[in-house]
Design a binder for this molecule. Sequence first.
Ligand SMILES: NC(=O)c1ccc[n+]([C@@H]2O[C@H](COP(=O)([O-])OP(=O)(O)OC[C@H]3O[C@@H](n4cnc5c(N)ncnc54)[C@H](OP(=O)(O)O)[C@@H]3O)[C@@H](O)[C@H]2O)c1
Length: 273
Amino acid sequence: MIAVTGATGNVGRALVERLTAAGRPVRALTRDPRRADLPDTAEVVPLHHDDPTAPFQGVTKLFLYVQAADLLDAARAAGVRHVVLLSSGIIQDGADETHPIHVMHATVERRLRDSGLEWTFLRPNAFSTNALQWAPQTRAGDTVRGIFADGLSAPIHEDDIAAVAERALLDDGHTGAVHRLTGPEATTNAEQIDAIGRALGRDLRFIEIPPQDAGPELFPNVPPAMVQALVASFAATVGVPPEITTTVEDLTGAPARTFATWSTDHADDFRAA
Ligand SMILES: NC(=O)c1ccc[n+]([C@@H]2O[C@H](COP(=O)([O-])OP(=O)(O)OC[C@H]3O[C@@H](n4cnc5c(N)ncnc54)[C@H](OP(=O)(O)O)[C@@H]3O)[C@@H](O)[C@H]2O)c1
């Protein structure tokens, strides 16, 4: 049995869908099973129990979000042997180890290394799903206000991260491995808006605003205390070619999907209901 935390998240949901489609027994852990809307073939159970080992009975492998790391001891006590961690590409040589996003992920990596469990770290850089921050604006009109039009990244499709996680969970040879994951090509923020416009059949326009005007509404899923550090990270991407790895293709056999493909897959998210 494989347990998946963050099962309603972008990556976790894609992973549950992959594992169930492959006929694997999956336990999807979520704080609120009633609104999970996951495949019937997955066993959907609450993340938190009076007995914290209960969600992990019969589980040998775990896909872990850093947000659920407090469950590690219970998972180990219940018999989990291998953990695939959704970490972050921010952890690399020369990184600012005081950056709050670095601290958040490095703390859990360290805990997992010290736990005695087998581990695999997935270190993706920017997710394509970060573009969903612009969806409220594309639903309302054809202009999108944002910061750093020329900021560069190589955004990765959430299902490509899930595809690598699937291999790390099902195949031998991933114990102690660190997989750096990116999309296949560099794109600016303004180009991402163009790609979303093409997917919608509309002419969208990116309007760059000064970074000091970036409020929490631009980062709905980012804890407010982290917004300034994130803005500083984005400033550092302007004109700087991003890291591009071939890990997705190397491990899954399929090339990582472009941002244009992601935009087509998610076009409905950017349309008014
Ligand atoms: N966005 C990026 O560019 C980026 C880059 C590198 C790494 N990452 C990593 O990827 C993660 C985001 O992945 P995603 O986009 O798939 O996530 P997401 O769509 O934002 O979903 C996160 C899921 O985690 C669960 N969760 C949230 N808070 C929790 C808590 N306190 N305890 C237990 N579970 C909790 C929630 O599941 P339930 O509500 O069902 O419980 C939620 O569905 C980040 O947390 C970060 O660690 C992101």
